[in-house]
Write a protein that binds this ligand. Structure first.
Ligand SMILES: CC(C)(COP(=O)(O)OP(=O)(O)OC[C@H]1O[C@@H](n2cnc3c(N)ncnc32)[C@H](O)[C@@H]1OP(=O)(O)O)[C@@H](O)C(=O)NCCC(=O)NCCS
Length: 213
């Protein structure tokens, strides 16, 4: 019997992942959707009932899962809960994604439609790469980072864990041995053009991007 895929979350990203899964396997058989207690959620999405995660109990062992939660700290907490229960983080890559065989993906990572990842790229655990992202050579994307739709990353760039890159942002290239670094937990605003390192936890915006707030 095929393994179950459990999507945690029932919002817009979960619906996008259901579309992604239907594009991979042609149907949504064996796909379940669950949310933690206390999360506002519809009763069903795309015809699939939204179940309480608590009801799974020991049935989580042996289940494949992805966490469809935008907030990276919540994503990490929920992933830790699922890992501890014996579930296995799946990697979902839309069939339209263009990539070389020199791209590594950490467990739980998701790459949405029309993204392009060239070569010598390391994607961490539970990274969300939304539709239409371009990631070029010698890039490292840290665990639980989020790339919003249409993010463009040039060569020799490192993005720290839990960093959030807003829709349409551009990160220019670093140099061999001296990558452009976006620190852990940094936020890059929508449409920004990052031309120099961004420190940990700092929000930058604009063209060229400068610290805000
Ligand atoms: C950067 C961002 C996170 C800031 O959100 P916020 O903390 O709520 O900040 P505010 O809206 O209060 O704005 C703070 C300041 O930054 C400015 N600002 C916000 N977003 C900006 C942007 N994208 N570019 C330039 N300036 C921006 C605001 O004008 C404001 O400036 P002011 O203090 O001079 O008035 C948000 O605006 C953003 O860009 N989010 C990305 C959304 C996205 O990509 N969604 C896709 C999800 S898949």
């Amino acid at each position: 019997m095929a393994r179950q895929l459990l999507i945690i979350g029932a919002g817009g990203h979960a619906r996008e992942l259901l579309w992604l899964v239907s594009r991979i396997q042609g149907h949504l058989d064996h796909v379940r959707v669950a949310v933690e207690a206390g999360w506002a959620a519809p009763r069903e999405i795309d015809g699939i009932a939204v179940e309480p995660l608590d009801a799974y109990g020991s049935r989580l062992a042996g289940v494949d899962y992805v966490v469809a939660i935008g907030d990276s700290r919540a994503r990490e907490r929920v992933a830790g809960r699922l890992d501890a229960a014996g579930a296995t983080a799946a990697i979902l890559i839309d069939p339209s994604v263009q990539r070389s065989d020199r791209v590594e993906f950490g467990p739980g990572s998701v790459v949405c439609a029309a993204s392009v990842l060239t070569c010598d790229i390391a994607i961490g655990r539970h990274v969300h790469i939304n539709a239409g992202c371009l990631i070029h050579h010698d890039a490292r994307i840290g665990d639980f980072a989020t790339l919003s739709p249409g993010v463009r990353i040039a060569g020799h760039v490192e993005i720290g864990e839990h960093a959030f890159i807003g829709i349409g942002a551009t990160i220019i290239n670093g140099r061999p041995g001296s990558p452009l670094r976006i620190g852990p937990g940094a936020v890059v605003a929508a449409g920004a053009c990052v031309c120099r390192d961004v420190r940990s936890g700092v929000m930058v915006a604009g063209v060229p991007a400068t610290p805000k707030g």
